[in-house]
Design a protein around this ligand. Sequence first.
Ligand code: PLP
Length: 400
Amino acid sequence: MPQLNENFLKLEKNYLFINIAKKVKAFSEANPDADIIRMGIGDVTLPIAKCVVDAMKKGADEMGVKETFKGYEDSGAGYDFLKEAVSGYYKSFGVEVKPSEIRINDGAKSDCGNIVDIFGNDNVVLITDPAYPVYVDTNRMNGRKVIFADSNEENGFAAMPDENVHADLIYLCSPNNPTGSVYTADQLRVWIDYAIKNDAVIIYDSAYEAFITEDGIPRSIYAIEGARKCAIEMCSLSKTAGFTGMRCGYTVIPDELVFKSSDGQDVSISQLWGRRQGSKFNGVSYPVQCAAAAVFSEEGIRQTRENIKYYQQNAAVIAAALDELGIKYTGGKNSPYIWLKCPNGMGSWEFFDKLLEEANVVGTPGAGFGKNGEGWFRLTAFGDADRTKEAMERIKKMLG
Ligand code: PLP
């Protein structure tokens, strides 16, 4: 009989969104006429920009011609044309990242989850709470000790390090899922100093960087001095360009990220990760990489930013309704997420049920993202504009 990895048995029984889907399914079966508006799951709804689709089609056509057909990609780390495009994109907001420091993947979730492979299981892992559930789950699957930095109302849901607590691996996400909060350059500087002092690695998830609108909010951790010595950055085209169903993202590991092995050798994190990927990942399909490169072209940026503006408009509608109701929230400005305090002291799941039953609107209970999420609730701006307005009218009527 195989021995099971029983760490899996200690996880929450289901991934958060499966629990939500089950509840919504039961409600809609019991109320078949209910017109449900979904503002829960963080998936985009607008189609991919035309120039990006055209680039994918062209790539697909090339696969059907002997002279341009592509088989396995040599390194599996991404074609040079895409890595150069990503590097150029970083440059457009003032950050220097070499193409050789970039690896292309099938979305940020894979790398966020798989990066744990190259770090030992005795590391102390520090995760801000609440957080994207993948960070906690994938560490607990390996039986790792996870400690938390509290994000809460007092600190504007931007947790800061406790100088008296040691950590080896640190997960940060800005703009944050689920809270929509962002770190300022000064706050990131504190985290970087902490990481360097602790000889720790920051795993920085910037999946929502394209939603930053305010000047002075860093779009990359590498905008801050010292980050190249301690941070891995992961980003995704899912929310930037509607790639949730296409699957493409990128991870940056700077050359400076070198640590000692137990026998005193210098080990490059980039090489270690490359070794891992070499055995377990065969790269992203050529047509998808063609599409991804088009996202970073001048026209691609222009067209994809139109979609982001549309979602930002939805965020403004949600924020205005909450302002009218006098409900506290974070996010919305530099993020597609609005993180609101459940009214009248309600718990997250209690508010979820009330909203579903009385307004037929689905959101995400904050408690599903960690203990500090209890009493809070996430709405997303990724929906249709008219349906978002309708949802907020219903919520105003329900709570007004
Ligand atoms: N990181 C965060 C914070 C996310 O919210 C998500 C998706 O919702 C991801 C990573 C994963 O994105 P991808 O679709 O690229 O796997």
